[in-house]
Ligand binder design. Sequence first.
Ligand code: C2E
Ligand code: CA
Ligand code: CA
Length: 360
Amino acid sequence: MSGTEFLAQVARDHPHQRRLMLSGRFQSEEVARAMDRGAVHRFMMKPWDDAILKAEVRESFRQLQADLAVDETLEQLGSGLRTQRTESAAHRYRHLTRHSVEQNRLLTRELHKAVRAGRLSLQYQPQVDLCSGEVSGFEGLLRWNSSIGPIGPDRFTALAERSGSITELTGWVVGEVCYRASRWSSARPQIRLSLNVSPLDLRGDSLLQCLQSALAEHRLCAGFIQVEVTESSALDVDGHELDVLNALAKLGVGLAIDDFGAGATSMAYLAQLPFSTVKIDRSLVLQLDTARGRKVMQKLIELCTDLEMHTTVEGVESLAHLDLIKGFGASTVQGYIYSKPLPVDGVEQWLASGGRGVPS
Ligand code: C2E
Ligand code: CA
Ligand code: CA
């Protein structure tokens, strides 16, 4: 049995394990086939670099956790559908957890249907400029009211990433956000709308094309849109992703690095990539009650300011934290202290009433 045959057998016996292959020989076709079949998740050549190997193992654990959350969601979908007596659908979903090809096909169809049936929507959370105290933008956050009730975006975007339907999903978000921005920015030109993309969206050109056509369709200036990319190990700073980021920056949309300070933060992103905004993660806000935590926040904001980057601090809930962040010189705050994400109606009512202060 060759190494790849062995790993294919392991994949059949233990489908939930992650398999890294370390080899001195590179047989591209055999390895590519094994990767296509899901027998091998990562391939590395000998001699290996300890740091890279450790990072791959760490990433595998992270991915495994995400996979487990996905499976749990699928189970919930399955049992939810069962209780609704849609036996055939329930059967389909039970099947899903086991057969990833079938899973991908069905989930893609389910999300596709959700898009067309209007079961997806965006809520918008205000971002408040700390100098003026005025709303400077909103972040669009995806909601899926599935047939078994709401499913959180963290979970279902992971499903979409796995099933390959993230491109379609992001395409829908881009169209929706550009449409809203074209309506809202005419009443309040200082308002910019942010949208979230997956690192996987940067691997192809459809995000760029989609943005270009949505901006043209809605006659919207690119500066009214900001694209948020979560920093993660899936972001390959040397590859095609960098070209896409540069093309987006050239197009004129704002680029924000999301969740900075959580997980695999890399200072290299600040140095190398064309981001204009750093979104500081809520996990750093939660450290503000300690002297060291305050120092980290202060120095991070100072560093970003020196680099002429905007800082948006996320997840601020208390006045005490807001005061500290203001004192450190952050540009913008987004958090429950001002408002939770609002449905479109809520934002429109606020705009119609003159848009003073923060919508609630
Ligand atoms: P994110 O981009 O970091 O979005 C901020 C999340 O923090 C939102 O959760 C928001 O509701 C929550 N949040 C904001 N302020 C506070 C606060 O003061 N306290 C607390 N506890 N939470 C706060 P949400 O809407 O559940 O979104 C979760 C994640 O799902 C997002 O994190 C983003 O990574 C992902 N997501 C949402 N919409 C999209 C989308 O359209 N596309 C992609 N690819 N991912 C999305
Ligand atoms: Ca975000
Ligand atoms: Ca974030």
